[in-house]
Write a protein that binds this ligand. Sequence first.
Ligand SMILES: [Zn+2]
Length: 321
Amino acid sequence: MDPRTRTTVRSLRIREDTAKYLYNLAEDSPYYDPKSRSMRENPLAGKELEAARFSGDNFGRYSGEVTAANEAQVFAWQATRAGVYAHSIAEPTKLEALKREYEKGKSTLKNETQKKLLDKYGGVEHMKRPADELLLGQTESYVEYNRQGKVIKGKRRATIKSCFKEDVYPQNHNSVFGSFWREGNWGYKCCHQFVRNSYCTGKQGIEAESSAAEGTTTSKEFKVPKLFEPSGSVEKARRDQNREKRGRKRHSSDDSDSEKELKKAMKKAKREGDRGHKYNTNYSNTAPAKQQMEAYRRTSVYSDDPMATYVNSKFGKKYSK
Ligand SMILES: [Zn+2]
């Protein structure tokens, strides 16, 4: 074979064709090798093959009958080197016939040698073996992936779900451990249990857990404490009640009166809801009471006051905390 035979053809594009590196401008687009002007991976990976104008150089290299043609070319070189002249393009039929003959001879030769050896030494039982997949848990099948992890060449493997056992529910549970979460604890969703090896308690478990989370017991004697009472009038009514407890009864109200007042205030608060609130506030937006204002004026520090810094230095620690 002539060593100067050019086996590669420069892939120069004509000007009106889009350059390979312009098909996909994403940062993780396939690598374009500027020296060989090749982009092996498919830049339009998501597109259908029919619609894509360019599917990567590997597509043209390894799909369809290209591999057969390449093999024929290699065979022609080898045959020429061995002394039998064959040209893959000038005499394709001759080459094909030669190739077929060669393959046949090769396989029969191999079979014959094998048979001879087996006849001489025995050991046919060792030739019968299960498939490699079963023996070693691995195969020789070639799979090529792109950067996104999609198979671009070779068979598509079945997806492996997880290395852990799936859909196994121990101790009568309907869900896996970790399907429920509350305040830093993982548990079962079916019964809200946080102990991993516990038995499922079902609905009762959920009730018990949710009541525990609210800070109450399941019995009906205890009511859920209200965290938030919006109106100032409720506070006033409560103040009255407290005053009565301390024995300083007011002239105008007795027990039943104040209770009525409390109920009334509660009703009012319920009816009005958060009407006094601004959009983003969680607290009542009503004006402070006279007493509150008085307390504020007494404790506030005026910046004009020459003794303000002294007060700050003396009580600063107390206020800073
Ligand atoms: Zn459960």
